[in-house]
Design a protein around this ligand. Structure first.
Ligand code: A2P
Length: 272
């Protein structure tokens, strides 16, 4: 970059920290002022289970800021996808929201997480409860054939404040139906239950209220949650996790973990 005095400033290149992959952005799509998705190349040695999260950063400092991001692509995908919020002045997202194809994104090498099929006992019906970017781990799991091997029916609920925020999930489910690999598993077995809370939409209200009123079950034509047959995964804000967990426990479900599979699991959507 030419400076006012005619000299040139060196572009600072920070070393890549150890245990971190430096990957190339392949796609960026913005949905609203506050939501976007991006895809990066997949390192050949990177393995993860659908539903896990990875730590993401940018090569813009000696010690880059890393934040936990659920991987939104399934474990078989050739690329890695993330669905992100844009936080004004957020130490990572204020820069991340400006990335373009060709840019570099850092990803720590070890993924982890509890929203995985391994942490649940098999059942008839799997509910995935999400709000906002909390849909990301489920975007991964609904594209994984293993999910349909373990559960007969998969019900993805997604609630957002505004209608435009539902587009990521709506596009995804529409694509799955035509997907040669997952389409045959998902067709007739994946149910996408959307609602908005602050803008007119055919279905309004928080998922917690839709459950306690019984409307969710009536709309889907299924009996209320039963620990014998039903399993749950929850991803959203801290308060949403707390409230949804309480409702599931009221139905008799028990929280599980990788080390102790049970009938529901919880993870918060990570934002900075
Ligand atoms: P609401 O508009 O009634 O607050 P947020 O951006 O705050 O995380 O909210 C995303 C979506 O999750 C909104 O539709 C919001 O509804 C809903 N939501 C917020 N808190 C809860 C909660 N405790 N239980 C269920 N849904 C919630």
């Amino acid at each position: 970059m030419p400076l006012a005095d005619g000299t040139t400033a060196e572009k600072t290149a920070f070393p890549i920290p150890t245990g971190v992959f430096a990957e190339t952005v392949t796609l960026v799509e913005h949905y609203t002022d506050s939501l976007f998705r991006f895809r990066i190349t997949r390192p050949a040695s990177f393995r993860f289970r659908s539903g896990e999260f990875a730590m993401i950063g940018l090569p813009n400092a000696e010690k880059p800021v890393f934040r936990a991001y659920s991987i939104a692509s399934p474990s078989w995908d050739e690329e890695i996808e993330f669905f992100s919020i844009k936080v004004p002045n957020g130490p990572l997202t204020e820069h991340l929201q400006k990335i373009q194809p060709g840019d570099t994104v850092l990803m720590r090498q070890k993924p982890t997480g509890t929203l995985v099929n391994d942490a649940l006992i098999a059942g008839k019906r799997l509910y995935m409860f999400s709000t906002g970017t909390g849909i990301a781990p489920f975007a991964s799991l609904i594209r994984d054939p293993e999910t349909y091997e373990k559960f007969e029916q998969v019900i993805l609920t997604h609630t957002c404040r505004e209608v435009a925020e539902l587009k990521y999930g709506l596009d995804l489910v529409a694509e799955i139906t035509d997907d040669p690999l997952v389409g045959e598993f998902a067709n007739g077995r994946l149910f996408h239950y959307t609602s908005a809370t602050r803008e007119d939409y055919p279905r309004m209200g928080r998922v917690t209220d839709l459950m306690t009123s019984g409307k969710l079950f009536a709309d889907l034509g299924v009996p209320p949650i039963d620990p014998e047959t039903d399993r749950g995964m929850i991803c959203g804000s801290t308060q949403m996790l707390k409230d949804t967990r309480q409702i599931l426990e009221g139905f008799g479900l028990v929280e599980g973990a990788n080390s102790k599979p049970a009938t529901f699991v919880v993870e918060r959507a990570f934002v900075d």
